[in-house]
Design a protein around this ligand. Structure first.
Ligand code: CXF
Ligand code: ZN
Length: 381
């Protein structure tokens, strides 16, 4: 078989922070050893795309191809790729799952140590190496090991999960990042096994928070409290099983944690921080129940931000505080299981998709997400 050639295709290039993406023709190099080139079927926008679109300081770098939540078909594979073949349907994931290191081999961790997670502009396995150039030969940077805002992209084999091709792509793609992150607790993960009858508090009802609600509902939580500053989020939350709402802006003179402690008679079984605010991590920890309460963080705060906890709370209350990336999921193990739950009509993915449009209209999709008007907008290539 002849070796794969460079491909010329369309991509939405982020040339400058915060400026509209530019639809351009670009060149995509063939996959190197252990890499896979895929044709994107559809992609969605996750809030991290917006964060890195706006970001002016490192790890920002431009021109860059953003996007990391998608679904695609393998177009060609590099040497030594055994896991997938041309024509396979795959979900890209920003977290690596090399399957070989101590961490990937352990069921207790999803933090690959062969490729430690970082927001790099390059391909993971080769130093300073990009597969994208514009038509002037200028290098275009990668994003979160995926770069799905392009008709074709190249991924390391550690960042693709082969899935059943019969799943509707506009639903399956949601499991590539956000919805998986949030619903992870509904999978039997040791770190967040929400039991039936639990009280769960969710700080931030964006897509991650709503996905936590969906996961909590699947686990049989009896009370799901949503905390947000936007009152319209309660209505949205109700569709996802949120039973109570606390507007943290209108707690009078009380801290949100006090309000929650009163509401729950001494604290929640589980608190999830889905905003990425260290202040809210403190609040969440202050209102998970003594003895067994667990606070789990899913959000990402600015690098270097500090968390300040009450020492007697930490030292004598038996509470757990746990951080996570990608909800603690092991991409290649857990994503197919979440998909199965969707196919069994348990996990409801449809309600996350509020908009669908053409890839060309990607800048409108950014606007919708920035204005908080959409949960997930699927872009068809
Ligand atoms: C995030 C998690 C950590 C840094 C950037 C991306 N995840 C996905 O959206
Ligand atoms: Zn994401």
């Amino acid at each position: 078989k002849s070796s794969p050639k460079r491909i010329r295709c369309k991509a939405a290039v982020c040339r400058k922070a915060g400026e509209p993406l530019v639809m351009e023709e670009i060149m995509v190099a063939p996959p190197q050893a252990y890499e896979v080139r895929i044709r994107i079927i559809c992609t969605t926008l996750c809030h991290s795309d917006v964060t890195f679109w706006k970001l002016q300081v490192p790890p920002a770098c431009f021109p860059r191809i953003l996007g990391h939540e998608a679904i695609g078909i393998v177009e060609s594979v590099g040497e030594n790729v055994k896991e997938v073949v041309e024509g396979d349907t795959v979900l890209p994931t920003f977290m690596h799952d090399c399957g070989e290191c101590v961490d990937c081999k352990s069921h207790k961790s999803n933090l690959c140590s062969k490729f430690p997670f970082k927001v790099s502009p390059w391909m993971p396995r080769y130093e300073n190496s990009s597969r994208f150039t514009d038509l002037n030969g200028q290098t275009l940077f990668h994003f979160l090991n995926v770069s799905s805002f392009s008709e074709y992209t190249v991924l390391d084999v550690a960042n693709v999960v082969k899935i059943d091709s019969s799943v509707p792509p506009s639903r399956a793609c949601l499991l590539s990042c956000g919805v998986s992150t949030g619903t992870s607790l509904s999978w039997n993960l040791e770190f967040a096994k929400v039991e039936q009858g639990s009280t769960v508090v969710i700080f931030g009802l964006g897509s991650i928070g709503l996905a936590v609600a969906e996961g909590a509902r699947l686990c049989g939580a009896s009370r799901i409290v949503g905390v947000d500053i936007n009152p319209s989020k309660f209505q949205v939350g109700q569709k996802f099983g949120v039973t109570d709402f606390v507007n943290s802006l209108t707690c009078e003179n009380k801290r949100v944690s006090e309000v929650i402690n009163e509401m729950t008679g001494g604290g929640a079984d589980y608190c999830f921080e889905c905003v990425g605010s260290s202040y809210l991590v403190e609040e969440a920890y202050a209102c998970c129940r003594k003895g067994w309460g667990k606070t789990i963080t899913l959000g990402v705060d600015k690098p270097g931000s500090q968390i300040c906890l009450n020492s007697s709370d930490v030292l004598h209350q038996g509470k757990i505080l746990m951080g996570s990336l990608f909800g603690g999921l092991k991409a290649k193990t857990h994503i197919p299981l979440l998909l199965k739950r969707y196919l069994n009509n348990e996990l409801e993915l449809d309600k996350f998709v509020t908009h669908e449009m053409k890839f060309e209209d990607i800048n409108d999709a950014f606007q919708l997400l920035v204005e908080g008007k959409c949960i997930r907008c699927v872009l068809w290539m």
